[in-house]
Design a protein around this ligand. Sequence first.
Ligand code: PLP
Length: 381
Amino acid sequence: MPLQLPADLSTRPTPFYLYDLGLLEQTLAAAADAARQHDIQVHYALKANSNAPILERVQRRGFGADCVSGNEVQCALDNGFAPGHVVFAGVGKSDAEINRALAADIWCFNVESAPELAVIDELAGAQGRRARVALRLNPNVDARTHHYITTGLEANKFGINLADLPQVLELLARLPNVELVGLHVHIGSQITDLAVYETLAGRVNELQQWFEHRGIRLGHLNVGGGLGVDYHEPDAHLVPDFDAYFGIFGRLLQRRPGQQVHVELGRSLVAQCGTLVSRVLYVKESQQTSFAILDAGMTELIRPALYQSYHRIENLSGQGPERLYDVVGPICESSDTFGKRVALPETRRGDVVVLRTAGAYGEVMSSGYNLRDKAPAVYLG
Ligand SMILES: *Cc1c(COP(=O)(O)O)cnc(C)c1O
């Protein structure tokens, strides 16, 4: 399916984010089907993209919400997610955020440390409530992805290390206002090697046995998210292989009777439906390099600058033989570079250049640095 652009593109100011809602629906349907086959519940990670038209479609599929801030919890509730389908994760939840989530009676807090557990207990007690918690454990599984988006190793700030778990359980037993309902792991993002998830499933089984040996039955197993997408050839894999992903957990997790299995997907649900559309402001030729300077920059899409990540760049207006360009933004930072030595057809001022696979961790990370305007969102379908 070639990239569709709005008919009024010639008059529409750039940059803007373009979302293909048809592709989003196709992706959500594929994920929902695969999840249903294996009786797995999906919580959508709002931090990937929290635009209302996207949340509305995610919520209509029956997915829950995985939130990492008090504002995300509020956003999920405002967009129709039932409190009973909201989980709240994050390594640094503030008292105000915890209080709001308690008052909304969300389904579960994914707790990342002993001190956080004690604070949730205290705040829940003050509200006369009992908080449901899952312990986020650091399973020490290497996601084999970029180190900035690796979260499941003991050196990372996330989760409770296994060596600390006995103490956390002792504490838990003494706290009257928290109830342990599950186990949570999340090892990283943009995971393309599915063997990593096989290892993770095995580790979760071991962790479950560890709890059961101590007489603790877990109501649910939450294996987190992180399923990767194809940034290099988006058109070849517009919809990720959800059958393979859910199949691994369906097959390998040792589920107890009545036990729920949850996943938290962000990127894989929304990345391919989003495109950043820009125009070329100038082509600057220097001795070694031709720079294509876009009107979009790291303020609209920071992933290349932040994680050295790759986005496919296409010139939709250019014709003729390809040349190599360094494709850069207008921001006063050298890291404001979308790609070096990118093969594009002969490129001129005014050409429409798009950055593909930008629906996840794109618009949500945009900033006003250099006092830039916020790029609007445009929806197709
Ligand atoms: C970010 C995050 C996710 C989603 O990760 P994706 O790579 O976008 O699927 C899931 N769970 C937690 C706890 C997260 O922080």
